[in-house]
Design a protein around this ligand. Structure first.
Ligand code: ADP
Ligand code: MG
Length: 290
């Protein structure tokens, strides 16, 4: 593309809230073969809410109060959902110590001197055995696109909390547009396979890579680069290495500063439909149409 086309393209982008950080980003975006999307905060609103509380070896009240105490120490979107939910419940004061984040899995700490854990199935299985009937309940939640989070305290499985994060209003339409442009659309997430598949089906995503630990997102992008030019779209701290690795990294404007710094393109309106819009603009620039 000519320098003039680049300049005009950048200007049109900026006016529409699509910031290309460099000329190469503007030129390459339209050439991508594969668009990889993070789930939470990218395809979904990233403001999940508690939908189900399923006690196992506890009263609902204890499950919620331990869950809130532990999650109050976390910055994770799932943690915010639990804490928000607990605001309406009766308050119990707990002392949380030795709080530890287990990235992509959950969290642990001591509450009033006893060990507490919260997180996904594989994380909880490292602490205790989980009955088939309990797993079946988690599976049911996951099938509805909800994320089941298990909580354990003092050697007992208190139960699980189902958390739902809805698709962004324009997600389905954006993916349809990407398909019309001949792009392959994939979802990359740390969430479990079943939940991820349910959300992917709602959005129309072609393929899901689930259960990906934060440190493994980049390696997954690297693998996909063997198949074509890859765009990665993400918002989280854990997406940053993948955004850097991808041929074009696109950050959601409402996302973390770390993701925005790592990206080549920033979507200021945080609309997912600005991904096909960015590709469209890039193609126009490549053809020097303005
Ligand atoms: P994503 O790729 O969707 O942003 P993460 O890698 O942040 O997901 O987390 C992956 C999974 O780890 C979550 O779906 C959840 O099961 C578990 N997890 C992470 N942080 C927490 C937390 N604070 N509380 C409960 N579960 C958590
Ligand atoms: Mg995210």
């Amino acid at each position: 593309a000519t320098p003039v086309a680049i300049m005009v393209g950048n200007g049109i982008g900026a006016r529409n809230g699509i910031l290309f950080k460099n000329a190469m980003a503007l030129e390459n975006t339209g050439k991508a073969d594969i668009v990889v999307m993070d789930k939470t905060g990218t395809l979904t609103t990233g403001k999940p809410v508690v939908t189900d509380v399923i006690p196992v070896a506890a009263e609902e009240k204890q499950l919620v109060s331990i869950a809130c105490a532990l999650e109050s120490k976390s910055e994770h979107p799932l943690a915010h959902a639990v804490v928000n939910y607990g605001k309406n419940a009766e308050r119990t004061d707990h002392t949380v110590e030795d709080f530890t984040v287990h990235p992509g899995n959950g969290l642990s700490g001591t509450i009033d001197g006893k060990m507490a854990f919260g997180g996904n199935l594989s994380f909880m299985e490292q602490q205790m055995s989980i009955d088939e009937s309990v797993r079946a309940q988690a599976d049911r939640l996951a099938g509805e696109g909800k994320t089941p989070v298990y909580f354990a305290y003092d050697g007992r499985l208190l139960g699980m909390i189902g958390i739902a994060d809805v698709l962004k209003a324009d997600a389905k339409d954006a993916i349809q547009k990407l398909h019309h442009m001949g792009k392959r659309v994939m979802m990359l997430t740390g969430d479990n396979e079943r939940t991820a598949q349910a959300i992917a089906a709602q959005a129309g995503v072609d393929q899901v890579i689930a259960n990906v630990l934060p440190q493994d997102k980049e390696a997954n992008i690297r693998k996909l680069q063997g198949k074509g030019l890859v765009i990665m779209v993400g918002d989280g701290i854990n997406d940053a290495p993948a955004l850097t690795r991808a041929d074009i990294g696109i950050a959601i404007g409402a996302g973390t500063d770390v993701a925005i710094d790592a990206a080549d393109v920033v979507l200021m309106k945080s609309d997912i439909s600005d991904v096909p819009a960015a590709i469209h603009l890039s193609r126009k620039v490549l053809k020097n149409i303005h």
